[in-house]
Write a protein that binds this ligand. Structure first.
Ligand code: XIL
Length: 347
């Protein structure tokens, strides 16, 4: 048995190294950090090889689609928890925690729910019922909930179900009542890099957080998505560190919630592409993991078979090549990004 295994893996040395190399889960645990990953029910079914690798590299799972309105709410009256429960069963069996994503967002809405077309009292009642029912259903099972996703627009608050700060405050209060133990999170993208545009988004986010905290909203953490896009903007360690310090100074925890590489501007050459993506992740993690308020690091997919970028008009590559955004390739082999994350966790 041992011999056959060695023969399969090549040299005895390779076999030993493979058996001994700890996964991201063990590396994160060793430094008191919760590491997680996104997966969908469809990916668990279509790629069973992902399952043991998720257990190796993640202590927490964010269902990628199953807690969004268009899956949960087929019509105004009903709630369909079955898809989310299937992902939850996988996490429970693997001794993993669950992250909730997301209670209020302007995307992934069912056709019947058009926030702009609803009179304010009806919008409020619809959000209240959704948040109380969904957060209540999972009460005690969700480590942290993205209560509000992507509230920052290009000019302050974005239009959508979350365009009214008082409604955001209410959303947090409803979620707190429904699940008193969950950490409640406000989550957004393009807060990581060092150009003027992201400076503006960081400032807008700090203002929103201050305002919510002053109004008594039970916000527990800022979620930083970290869909890192090399060549879209420079990385600036000092600016990121200052922002994280400002957030931590408000008494908030910080969670990295959706880390991956948007490789749309990178060269086609695979080695060059992988190296540049991994380098930006290493730069980002060096700063993020140095901030004690950062408690959680969630990746938005473990393997390139999970790529969501292909379906995104914004994130996909113009040359049509499949994106290489994740730590493992389509054959589940480790890429430079996996080693960059492992290295950052070890540091
Ligand atoms: C993405 C999913 O991964 C895709 O499968 C879906 O088609 C679109 O949404 N920011 C978020 C996530 O907060 O919910 C998005 O997830 C990726 C960007």
């Amino acid at each position: 048995m041992r011999l056959a295994r060695r023969a399969l893996l090549g040299t005895p040395l390779a076999a030993t190294a493979l058996a001994q190399e700890p996964g991201l889960r063990a590396l994160a645990e060793a430094r008191g950090l919760v590491i997680g990953n996104m997966v969908t029910r469809g990916q668990l079914r279509d790629h069973p090889a992902l399952q043991p690798l998720l257990r190796r590299d993640a202590a927490l799972i964010t269902p990628g689609l199953e807690l969004k309105w268009d899956t949960l709410r087929p019509d105004p009256e009903s709630f369909n928890f079955a898809p989310a429960e299937e992902v939850a069963a996988f996490t429970l069996a693997g001794g993993m925690d669950l992250r909730g994503h997301t209670l209020v967002w302007h995307e992934a809405l069912p056709r019947w729910f058009d926030p702009a077309a609803m009179p304010a009292p009806q919008l409020r009642a619809t959000l209240e019922r959704h948040i109380r029912t969904v957060a209540g259903h999972f009460q005690g099972r969700i480590a942290s909930w993205d209560v509000v996703n992507e509230p920052i627009g290009e000019n302050g608050l974005r239009d959508g179900p979350h365009s009214d700060p008082d409604l955001i405050r209410q959303a947090f209060l409803w979620a707190r009542e429904a699940d008193p133990g969950a950490r409640l999170v406000i989550n957004d993208y393009d807060l990581e890099l060092g150009d003027r545009r992201q400076d503006g988004r960081r400032t807008a986010m700090l203002r929103l957080l201050e305002r919510l905290l002053r109004a008594g909203a039970p916000v527990g953490a800022l979620g930083i998505q970290a869909h890192l896009a090399p060549r879209s903007a420079p990385f600036d360690a000092a600016r990121l560190a200052r922002f994280l310090r400002d957030v931590a100074g408000m008494g908030l925890a910080i969670e990295v919630t959706e880390l991956d590489i948007v490789d749309r501007l990178l060269p086609a050459d695979i080695a060059a592409r992988d190296a540049e993506g991994a380098a930006m992740a290493a730069d980002f993690l060096r700063v993020a993991l140095d901030q004690p308020a950062v408690r959680m690091l969630v990746l938005w997919g473990l393997s390139d078979v999970q790529a969501w970028q292909q379906d995104s008009a914004f994130a996909r590559r113009r040359d049509g090549l499949p994106s290489r955004s994740h730590p493992l390739d389509r054959e589940m082999a480790k890429k430079p990004l996996w080693h960059a994350i492992a290295g950052a966790l070890r540091a």
